[in-house]
Design a protein around this ligand. Structure first.
Ligand SMILES: [Fe+2]
Ligand SMILES: [Fe+2]
Length: 355
């Protein structure tokens, strides 16, 4: 069964970007990146705009201008911004802007997120602490709602919100591979090998998700729905990119992946059930079905061989491993709550002005 009820996202007249700016900072960045670097330097103006955007943001995590700007800056490294010149990637003004935004984002997260009491830095104690952290109930469940109640339109929104990460699935955590060594690196590579399909493109999780989107009646081109995706959803990807791209935060990206894998298997079974309830077949549910089995294995590797072993090898990273895990649960929880709140109020969870 396919559905085509979702109106395609609006495309900005600016051909370089598939989305419109959401404030002065993202506007300045997009204008700058629409041309090739000319060496005249945009540092002072951009630094001032970053400062003003941070001062104007009530919450860095939920601010549309700041989160879109971070998304665009990370896009330079992923190559997910279409026609933007690759020459921009390491321009000092952009690296400085990204770094200033990240410091503010990271401090807000550290000030907001409660990290559990630290266990002993051993494989088993860390795995157990992560297991306790990830099994705690934290508010209403998006997966139970999807399984039991979501409408066809809400299932489409769910796929769109998820697509910002899932069409690039595994990439943010892969930045950590060269930043780790020995058995910890081997554990991360073991997980990522499955995420990338073990060498078969049709088994890559991002490709399976693209098939899910198309079979549901949605576009699967990366960025197509960006104009409709709110800051909190961009934040859930940006937090992974920030942890992955900063070597000092390698404990946090490992903790993030551990929590991600440890909370994946059961919810994915519920998501699959929600799509089946409305008559969708395996061409749509394959992505979720795959994760029920794969992540039951990944969660063991992630808890013991990845996070636990890293804590043993580098005990100084223990706090960040737990912080990264807690950040994954909290920020993804906020993104899920955003969808549930909108739906329970009879609204769309996508950005209204773009629809
Ligand atoms: Fe996956
Ligand atoms: Fe996985």
């Amino acid at each position: 069964m396919t559905a085509t009820m979702h109106t395609p996202a609006t495309q900005d007249s600016n051909a370089v970007f598939p989305m419109t700016p959401r404030g002065p900072l993202s506007a300045e960045l997009m204008t700058l990146l629409s041309s090739a670097p000319d060496g005249t330097g945009a540092g002072d103006s951009l630094a001032l705009s970053v400062e003003s955007a941070l001062a104007a943001a009530e919450s860095i995590t939920r601010d549309e201008d700041v989160q879109l700007s971070l998304f665009v800056l990370y896009g330079l490294h992923y190559g997910s911004l279409g026609a933007v010149s690759a020459e921009w990637e390491w321009q000092p003004a952009l690296v400085a802007a990204r770094s200033a935004l990240e410091r503010a984002f990271e401090s807000e997260l550290r000030a907001t997120i409660t990290v559990p009491v630290l266990p002993e830095p051993t494989r088993d104690a860390v795995a157990q602490a992560l297991s306790i952290l990830t099994s705690a109930e934290s508010g209403p469940s998006l997966s139970r709602y999807v399984a039991a109640k979501a409408t066809r339109e809400q299932l489409g929104e769910f796929l769109i919100q998820r697509s910002v990460y899932t069409l690039r699935e595994a990439d943010p955590h892969s930045w950590a591979i060269p930043r780790l060594t020995g058995r910890v690196k081997a554990a991360l590579v073991e997980i990522q090998t499955d995420e990338y399909g073990g060498g078969r493109v049709t088994r890559m999780h991002s490709e399976i998700f693209a098939t899910t989107m198309r079979s549901f009646g949605l576009e699967s081109r990366y960025g197509h729905y960006l104009p409709e995706v709110p800051a909190i959803t961009l934040a859930s990807l940006n937090v992974m990119s920030m942890f992955g791209l900063n070597r000092r935060l390698r404990g946090a990206i490992v903790g993030h992946l551990a929590a991600f894998e440890m909370t994946s298997s059961i919810p994915n079974g519920l998501y699959a059930r929600g799509f089946r309830r409305l008559g969708y077949g395996t061409e749509v549910t394959a992505y979720f079905d795959e994760h029920v089995a794969a992540d039951a294995v990944h969660e063991q590797i992630a808890a013991h061989d990845l996070a636990g072993a890293l804590a043993e090898d580098e005990p100084g990273l223990l706090g960040d491993i737990l912080f990264g895990a807690a950040a994954c649960l909290v920020v993804d929880g906020w993104a899920g709550a955003h969808m549930l709140d909108a739906w329970s109020a009879g609204r769309s969870s996508l950005r209204a002005e773009q629809r």
